[in-house]
Write a protein that binds this ligand. Sequence first.
Ligand code: HPA
Ligand code: ZN
Length: 335
Amino acid sequence: MTDFHAAIPKAELHLHIEGTLEPEMMVALAARNRVAIPFASVEEVRAAYRFTDLQSFLDIYYAGAEVLRTEEDFHDLAAAYFDRAAADGVVHAEIFFDPQTHTHRGIPFDTVARGLFAAVEGAQAKHGMTVEIIMSYLRHLDEDDAFATLKLAEPWLDRFVGVGLDSSEVGNPPAKFARVFAASRERGLKLCAHAGEEGPPAYIHEALDVLKVDRIDHGNRAMEDPALVARLARAAMTLTVCPLSNVALRNVDTLADHPIDRMLDAGLRATIHSDDPAYFGGYIAENFRSVAAARNLSRAQVVTLARNSFLGAFLTDATLAGHLATLDTFARAHP
Ligand code: HPA
Ligand SMILES: [Zn+2]
């Protein structure tokens, strides 16, 4: 049965497509591509998903990506995600992929892009969902590597909506990528960066001041810096918050301690998303459902979160107005 949290129309803005690799697909693709993985069964894969911090997750996430080899693999991965997203009320998705995770293993950039865009076309036809793709630079690598990635992306640039910055945050501040973000902006791309997930509030300031981002991914640690909260609120900067990820990576102790409603109360344009749902225990509706239960969110607060997801999306004014009207109709029908 579709509940309120799955039914409410929403945009997914923080989703790493590599993080949707379910253990079943990992095992199936390992067999299809004859890739050895250090797990004998789906149960063993699932049992390995116990994380102590971001890096302990990233180690497994990059190892899992080894099974992704062909255009068909990337298509199948993304198509499975779009089916789940549609069932979760997602009408617009802006998804990340990490090109360097694949090019560093000898998988051509074009193989990845062709597979993903084939799935995007399928999702548009099958679900009427609109989809954009954001290419994320890996921040544990150097800026020259990001520039090389931007060059590989050249033939695809008019099809990507933006660039992002992810991977190991602490020790890899936003300023490390100042030039490649400026170059990406010059090419007409929107800019996002993970900031304040594990890194300090200063990294959020830097993402704003140096990278000049259009959106902050996570941003939870802004709550430690009242002046930063005021600044983000004044700028109506979107923070794409991922509650199940925050618990799985121990950025918050339990969902009952999650700051989502305090972020809304502080005037922040916070939204709810799924990050790496195959690894963190649930897709976007489950993120809404479980944090709403744990923090006793009202329906009005949930509607605000969904509205913020559209306001934070890289949509044209006309498309945005259409989504907001649909959401208002839904909200009136579910008081
Ligand atoms: O939550 C995340 N943080 C940083 N990098 C990532 N890459 C995939 N997921 C994440
Ligand atoms: Zn993320």
